[in-house]
Design a protein around this ligand. Structure first.
Ligand SMILES: [Zn+2]
Length: 331
C-alpha cells in the first residue's frame, strides 16, 4: 500500500513548526544537519519544554517578506509531495513583526508564496494565549479584512496550562459577532475545564481536544454540536500527553463517532508527515485504510470552506481515493 500517494486533507498545521530544513539551511547558509538539530525534536522527545524550544529559530527566520514567502512556498511543495489536496495553514501574525513588517505584509507574503504552488490552501490566523488583549483584537480585525481572500478563520494557540481558555471568552464572542469562523487549541496541555469553555464558545473545531477522553460527559455535547477534533497523534506523544501510539485515544474517539481529522501539527518540529501519521494509526491502532479515507471525507465537511467548495472538494477527494484504491488492488 502506497500511503504517500493517497489523497489527504490537513487542517491543523503550523507554518513556523513546518519549515523545510533545506530551505532554512539555504536562508541561514549552514548545513542541513545543524538546522535539523535546531528545528526538530529528538527521536524520543517526551517533553513539552523541549518541544517548545524548537520554535525559536523559526521565529527569527520568519521576519522578512522573502523568507515568509519562500517558506510558505516550500511548505506547499512538501504538502503536494504527499498528495495533500487541501490544507489550512496557521500562524500567529503578531510574531512576525519584529523587523518592521506590517501584519498585512506578513499575510500577503505568505499568500504570495502559497500561490506559486498548485494546491488549494487557506490561512488560519492565531491569537496567542498570554498576548495582550489588544494584540489578539488586532488578529480578529486582520482576519475580518482578509476573510474569503486567503484567510478562512482564527485560532487561539500558546500555553494552555498557563492561560485559561475561559479568559478568551470575550474575544471569541466578538469573532462570532463578526461572523469569523474559529477553532481553538484546547484539551492538550489542559483538560476538562478548557474543553468545556472552548465548547461553550461555539467553535466549528477544537485543536487537539484529545483530553476529552478524561471527561466522557462532554462527548455527547461535541457530537451534538458537530464540533470536529483536530487530532495530531505524534505531537501528543512528543509533548507527553500519551506515552505511545497504542495509548492514543484517536481510535476510541473514532469508534464513538466523534468527528475528527488527522494532522501533523508541526511537520518539522515533530519530524512527521501525514503519510507517517496514517502509518502509525494503521500499525499501532489497527485502523483500516477505509477508516483513514472516511476520516478525510468527514474532515472535508469541517473545513472552513463554504458548502459549495466543500461539495466540490468532497467530489474530488472521492474520485481520487476511489482511483487510488483501485490502483492498490491492482498491485
Ligand atoms: Zn497546534
Amino acid at each position: 500500500m502506497n500511503l504517500s500517494t493517497l489523497p489527504k486533507i490537513e487542517l491543523h498545521l503550523h507554518l513556523d513548526g513546518s519549515i523545510n530544513p533545506m530551505t532554512a539551511s539555504k536562508i541561514l547558509n549552514c548545513s542541513v544537519n545543524d538546522i535539523v538539530k535546531e528545528l526538530t525534536v529528538s527521536d524520543n522527545c517526551r517533553d513539552l519544554n523541549e518541544y517548545l524550544t524548537k520554535f525559536s529559530l523559526p521565529e527569527q527566520i520568519l521576519q522578512t517578506k522573502e523568507n515568509l514567502s519562500l517558506i510558505a512556498e516550500n511548505l506547499a511543495l512538501d504538502l503536494k509531495k504527499e498528495n495533500v489536496i487541501y490544507a489550512e495553514i496557521r500562524f500567529a501574525p503578531m510574531k512576525h513583526l519584529k523587523e518592521g513588517l506590517t501584519k498585512e505584509e506578513v499575510v500577503d507574503s505568505i499568500l504570495e508564496g502559497l500561490k506559486k504552488v498548485d494546491i488549494q490552501t487557506n490561512l488560519i490566523l492565531c491569537m496567542m494565549r498570554g498576548a495582550p488583549y489588544e494584540e489578539n483584537l488586532e488578529v480578529i480585525t486582520l482576519a475580518k479584512k482578509y476573510l474569503h481572500r486567503g484567510v478562512c478563520a482564527i485560532d487561539l494557540a500558546g500555553a494552555e496550562a498557563l492561560y485559561k481558555t475561559e479568559d478568551y471568552r470575550s474575544l471569541f464572542a466578538l469573532a462570532k459577532k463578526e461572523n469569523i469562523p474559529f477553532t481553538i487549541h484546547a484539551g492538550e496541555a489542559d483538560g476538562k475545564e478548557s474543553i468545556k469553555s472552548a465548547i461553550s464558545f461555539d467553535p466549528k473545531r477544537i485543536g487537539h481536544g484529545v483530553r476529552i477522553i478524561e471527561a466522557p460527559e462532554l462527548i455527547p455535547i461535541i457530537k451534538k454540536k458537530n464540533i470536529l477534533l483536530e487530532i495530531c497523534p505524534t505531537s501528543n506523544i512528543q509533548t507527553s500527553i500519551f506515552k505511545t501510539y497504542q495509548d492514543h485515544p484517536i481510535k476510541k474517539l473514532y469508534d464513538e463517532f466523534i468527528p475528527l481529522s488527522i494532522n501533523t501539527d508541526n511537520r518539522t518540529v515533530s519530524n512527521t508527515t501525514l503519510t507517517e501519521e496514517y502509518h502509525h494509526l494503521i500499525t499501532n491502532l489497527n485502523m483500516s485504510i477505509q477508516d483513514i479515507i472516511n476520516i478525510n471525507k468527514t474532515t472535508i465537511l469541517h473545513t472552513f470552506l463554504n458548502s459549495n467548495e466543500q461539495d466540490k472538494l468532497l467530489k474530488k477527494y472521492t474520485e481520487l481515493s476511489d482511483k487510488w484504491l483501485k490502483e492498490q488492488n491492482k498491485d
